[in-house]
Design a protein around this ligand. Sequence first.
Ligand code: CUO
Length: 672
Amino acid sequence: FDRPTEPIFMEKGKAVFDVPDNFLTDRYRPISTEVQSRFGEMAEQRIPVREISIPDLRVPMSLARDAQFSLFIPAHRRIAGRLIDIFMGVRSIDDLQSVAVYARDRVNPYLFNYALSVALLHRPDTKGLDLPSFAQNFPDKFVDSRVFRQVREEATVVPDGSRMPITIPRDYTASDLEPEHRLWYFREDLGINLHHWHWHLVYPFEAGDRAVVNKDRRGELFYYMHQQVVARYNLERFSNNLARVVRFNNLREPIAEGYFPKMDSLVSSRAWPPRFEDTKLSDLNRELDQINLDVSDMERWRDRIFEAISQGFATDESGNRVPLDNAGGIDILGNIMESSIISPNRSLYGDFHNMGHVFISYSHDPDHRHLESFGVMGDSATAMRDPVFYRWHAYIDDIFQEHKIRLPPYTLPELDYDGVTVTGIQVSPEGGQANVLQTFWQQSDVDLSRGMDFVPRGNVFARFTHLQHTPFTYTINVNNDSGAQRFGTVRIFLGPKRDERRQGMLFKDQRLLMIELDKFIVALNPGQNTIRRRSTESSVTIPFERTFRNLDQNRPAAGSADELEFNFCGCGWPNHMLIPKGLPEGLECELFVMVSNYDQDRVEQQLVGSCSDAASYCGVRDRLYPDRRPMGYPFDRLSRAGADRLVNFLTPNMSIVDVVVRHDNRVVPRAA
Ligand code: CUO
């Protein structure tokens, strides 16, 4: 995985394959002892590879080594699918290693990393392996390209051990003239973009092996995870005196927001193209990508999706009705909209959401006349940087809500938990005032050396600035009058108390802005119970170390129980972004706590050792989604008649408390 464009050294004669005469390492050998030591005799570790029959890489090699690679482009998906099949299909780990070594110097580095990552995550014999952080291997997708010149300089001139971290400017993509730029810390956050890349790695929408795609409730999770992203983004907008994001629902209308990424690809040696303000979508005709699609194709797919929602059923490829008018409808609709290969009818409902990414990412060069590649919206590792991502996903979510509001509101028995009453909630930040959450800026370092080709070995750190909050503890008082021990699921959400005009909110609007902070199971003894839970335990987040894990540092001992835990997937919202930034004067919020009846929540399965610490947004590897309720419950549907405000919606097992999120503009370094 490391140094994606540097060649692998193969010793002639001993290697299993013929090494081409013009192999880079051969050419370097006579002229540089350093390169020789890097690639040859002084290598720290030599790994013998087993002889195999040469795999047929014609399809994977049809993508140029220096091309950009996007899963949203159907031709690239097919190419990736072929390589994944090759990696999945070999019998043993030794064979996989040989095939991977053979493929690595021949196929596109992005493609190689993606296909091997998917295979390692899904092969039964490699599931426990750790994947290095994608940001370390491909830092060019995450940071200002100017950093790399400085990193090279530091690495070349300064010996390992004395190197200083290179500081990534705090906000480098635009000036304050652009109001959208206030959200830079969210859109360009490394952890958020890594989460999104990882989510799509764990939930691919296409693969030769259907089982790789067909995971429990994956369509519903596509809806829910992205719904929460839009809700979180809106809370950040409120934290910057901006109104809710406007959905991009008219595909003929110019996109008001421009975006200039200021990133260069280290693989393609090209800059990520910008999108100017007021760019319109155009019909696509790009021979190289085998894309020939009109904006009207998108509109037809959308109209058919709306028709299916309003009819309450979709039509599969054999003409049968697939009901959508029940709790399971959202899962099918998610697969239809995204779309994934388990969509009941891709020829009818098309590939709406994915191709939306493609149309937007090619809006600057729709017929390839300028030989430009896609913009950041074309890659799941970079898409969330662009303001239009949230406009597109606000529209996607709006269509999902069109379906959700047709379902009957939850009845009292579906919400209430007989005999269980939430009698008090308090949120206590460490060393701070109760019910006042604190945010500030923090500087942290990430090692970029794994992704920097042809620079001397050793770590080179980049220092970046991100939002952070003071850790806090929830204290929840719950009364159990049932006379026996009961189990409950505690569901914690945070939402804004007022809208952008500072008016109180109706349930129907507020429910869409409720962000999940945590969900966990508790045992309730008869009588009063006091539940304490720390913000770092959240079921939506993973700790900083997991997001940016470095294989060399902080790594638990091999074979230890900690290592098992550590190895699981890197999917998860970054904990440093758990709560919104808030305002210097305080953003008024409502914190909602519900204890639902575990008998109606429980999913019978064994969860030990299965990557479950960010389950709310990422699910659990190889397991069912660990909550039987619809995702987003109880806010995924409209309120009962007469309960038009959150306070009227509450049953005794729910409660709310006013919370203020206060932002302090100070910057603090991460404690070592
Ligand atoms: Cu995650 Cu549109 O699905 O980016």
